[in-house]
Design a protein around this ligand. Sequence first.
Ligand SMILES: [Zn+2]
Length: 185
Amino acid sequence: MKFFNKLFRNKNTSTEANKYMNNGDLEDWNNKFVLKNIEVKNIFIKALNLYNTEFCQCAYPRFQQIVGIDCRDFGESFKCFDTDLLIDIVKPSFYSEKSTLTDECTNEKWICKKCGSTYEYGWSDFSIAVDRKKLKLVKLNIIPQGKMTIKPIPIFIGLYGYSYPARTEINSVTLTEFEEYMTER
Ligand SMILES: [Zn+2]
């Protein structure tokens, strides 16, 4: 229950609502979360196929933006489910090597198999309940081709953690808006 209280950012209303949540409600909540993950996974697969038709994911600023969301940049402690999922899905497009960095529980240097751009992958847990992945571009080996990013950063699945950035920094959008953003329409 605690997990779901923190799943979405509107903490006050969700906490209030969860006081009255029965097992059926919780199951419904869980089903919605699983469905959101499946929907976004499909969008990411579609977007990555599109990026790889001509170039690779590295040429797309919106890919860099979503894969690079890192709570430390905001001085907060949260995970972005959309970012963790995108990192998992894009992982086979990279070789990984030992990193010289030691600021995360796990540090790896990731190299794009197609263009050779390099990234720093990191994973850390802030507690038994909250952990997050990040993938930050270090050296771009390709000319950016994709559309520009926008702010606030649009996400769909949501954030989970102890403290959150302002909605002017990261904000939820509809599934259609998120698909259009990631697939450059
Ligand atoms: Zn690349």
